[in-house]
Design a protein around this ligand. Sequence first.
Ligand SMILES: [Ca+2]
Ligand SMILES: [Ca+2]
Length: 163
Amino acid sequence: MTQKVILVVLLSVSLCCLAQHLKCVSEAKYFIPNFMGNWFKATEYCNYLGMRLAVISTSEEQTNLTTMIAATDKFSNDTTNIWIGGSDLAEEVNFYWLSTGKRVGYSNWRKNQPDNDQNTDHCMEIRYNPVQGWNWHWNDQDCKAIRYFVCENLHIGKKVVLF
Ligand SMILES: [Ca+2]
Ligand SMILES: [Ca+2]
């Protein structure tokens, strides 16, 4: 019985639980919280976890991140839109990663994106919608849209922080 309890606790921690008095940091590189928010809330919440809204610097990271998303319950075969950490909020047309201050180098924009649609598309999302030709391409989107989001762990292996 005791062993079972310990196992459950360990599993909970390794799955990055967020209990009332326990702040857990994922041991995995990426983590998608269980609620949706606008791009600013996404940024805030990742920071709260000691993580950052995901930065994608290479095609390998793009593949790793999208593979991870597809394996979660946040993934839908029809359409999946997830915030990542770049924007052109500071300088229109010039996209930067907020958490690093670095200009976007590697990119996976869909054709004709970013389009600054309605003059309100300033935040980066990653989109899967095969019927409409989106295969994990990037899109600039209204930052106030409500999305799931991917936090990136900069402290892999750090387990639990009590507060
Ligand atoms: Ca824009
Ligand atoms: Ca757009």
